[in-house]
Write a protein that binds this ligand. Structure first.
Ligand code: F3S
Length: 495
């Protein structure tokens, strides 16, 4: 590949955005009544479009709100707006980020004592407007040090920052304000999620020739990341992978990718994929074809369906001595259609489908009375665990989009930890069952079955160390072709 790609670990949803979405989805999933948001819930068109499909819309001017659920956005609103909605009998759900709530409390406290408050932030931004609402007309908004120079000064002042403000801008602005006021109560209210993101972006931009910043065009924090990156290298701000052009990468050796706090993981993932594809394309036809082949195998679930078919074929051959090509072919088609067209269903239905497939995959062994029960059950258990792990990994990768779309997959309905524990138990079971098969059958090819659980456990350890969708994606990309190879090797050895 002609250029290296590094993706920021902090890219994507921050704690406040996730919490706001959680609150909204909890209401959406539990009622058929209309759900409205006051302004855009977050600044990201892809998320807003997905929510619109679930009939979550922005409250329009003069809309009747009596009895309607109205969700207040993560940026917060003025107390007047909140009270107004309550007075109009709306069912108000406050999704204001707790960090923004803390800044509102500071503004309220100091202006309550008659102390003016300076907000270092963007005039007209929803969060800043909300803060001004708590300031009893004692609030002033200034964007940075240049404007601070024009302040008249006075006795006492309180200074806060918009939570997504640039650290350096805030520090420089406060320095000037201190000189103008006798007493300055300063609060660096830039939230941790923002500072970590900015810090990582700075570091990444310093090592990169090109920075790609992914996020909504109205997102202040994304724009800020783009400004920070632009201080160190060529930077482009994009909304989706459709904005990527091959010319962007001319003369580039290192690409850094980061994203705003309201950018969903699936948008970042698509951008990363497209950048990878562009890189491979530029490095020649052979490597580009190889990369495309692996991507197609993984993305179209062909490696999953093929791996399962080969495993079934080699296990049945090992235990019964016969080839059951029609079972392998049927299994391949069923899995492929299930994943590619049936998409993700629901945990109950998924478990039912898994049971049906694994019964079919091990049918020749199961119905053969001459085979000891321990072997029959081990074959069934091994194949069940294998297909379950695949399902969990793939569904984990789509969990954010599935939650917003309202799909009930296992990672959606249970917590992340529970899914990881399930994968751990399934991998451990595979290891035990493969060992039982190796001991009872006493055949060398069976040993190849041990490779799959060992590989799953290595992937899991990697995931536990760096729990991020990117690590998960790397694991799937890494293990899918290997898993297909294990099935093939097992079969070759069994011949
Ligand atoms: Fe809250 Fe910070 Fe995100 S203020 S909404 S956690 S960027």
């Amino acid at each position: 590949m002609p250029f290296k790609i590094q993706v920021a670990e902090t890219a994507g949803f921050c704690f406040g955005v996730r919490k706001a979405l959680d609150k909204l989805l909890e209401i959406r999933n539990n009622t058929d009544e209309p759900v409205r948001t006051l302004g855009p819930l977050i600044h990201n068109d892809q998320v807003l479009m997905a929510l619109k499909k679930r009939k979550v819309q922005q409250l329009t001017d003069n809309e009747e709100v009596t009895g309607k659920h109205v969700v207040l956005r993560a940026h917060g609103v003025t107390p007047k707006t909140r009270n107004n909605l309550k007075a109009r009998h709306a069912k108000v759900c406050d999704a204001t980020c707790p960090k923004v709530g803390q800044v509102q409390a500071i503004v309220k406290k100091y202006t309550g004592k008659g102390c003016p408050v300076i907000i270092v932030g963007d005039k007209g931004h929803a969060e800043v407007d909300g803060l001004l609402g708590y300031s009893r007309d004692l609030g002033i908004v200034i964007p940075g040090p240049d404007e601070a120079k024009h302040l008249k000064g006075g006795e006492e002042v309180c200074v806060v920052a918009q939570t997504t403000q640039d650290q350096n801008v805030f520090v420089d602005t406060v320095k000037i304000i201190r000189e103008k006021y006798a007493q300055c109560h300063e609060f660096n209210t830039i939230c941790d999620a923002t500072s970590e993101r900015q810090q990582e972006t700075r570091g990444l931009a310093r090592k990169s020739d090109l920075m790609i910043v992914v996020g909504g065009s109205h997102s202040a924090n994304t724009q800020r990341l783009s400004d920070i990156a632009a201080e160190h290298c060529r930077t482009v701000m994009i909304q989706t992978q459709d904005d990527i052009r091959e010319e962007m990468f001319h003369g580039v050796h290192k690409v850094g990718i980061t994203a705003g706090a309201s950018t969903p993981a699936w948008v970042i993932r698509d951008v990363v994929n497209t950048v990878h594809k562009t890189g491979w394309k530029q490095s020649g036809i052979l490597s580009a074809s190889l990369f495309s082949l692996v991507s197609i195998l993984v993305e179209t679930n062909l490696s999953w369906a093929g791996g399962m078919a080969l495993l079934s074929l080699s296990l049945n051959r090992l235990v019964t001595g016969q080839y059951y090509g029609w079972i392998a072919a049927t299994l391949f088609l069923l899995i492929w259609v299930w994943r590619s067209h049936g998409k993700r269903l629901s945990p109950g239905l998924d478990f039912g489908v898994i049971s049906a497939f694994t019964t079919l995959a091990s049918l020749p062994v199961l119905i053969n009375d001459g085979i000891p029960s321990v072997v029959r059950l081990s074959v069934l258990g091994y194949l069940t665990a294998t297909i379950l792990i695949r399902l969990l990994f793939h569904d984990c990768l789509h969990v954010q989009a599935d939650r917003i779309a309202g799909l009930q997959t296992l990672p959606v309905v249970s917590c992340e930890g529970m899914v990881m524990r399930l994968v751990l138990v399934a991998s451990g079971s595979m290891l035990v069952l493969a060992s039982i098969l190796a001991i009872t059958l006493k055949q060398v090819p069976v040993l190849s079955l041990l490779l799959a659980p060992v590989m799953e456990l290595v992937c899991l350890m990697y995931l536990f160390r760096k729990p991020h969708w990117l690590t998960l994606k790397a694991s799937i990309l890494f293990e899918s072709p290997i898993w297909l190879t294990i099935g093939l090797v097992g079969l070759l050895l069994a011949i």
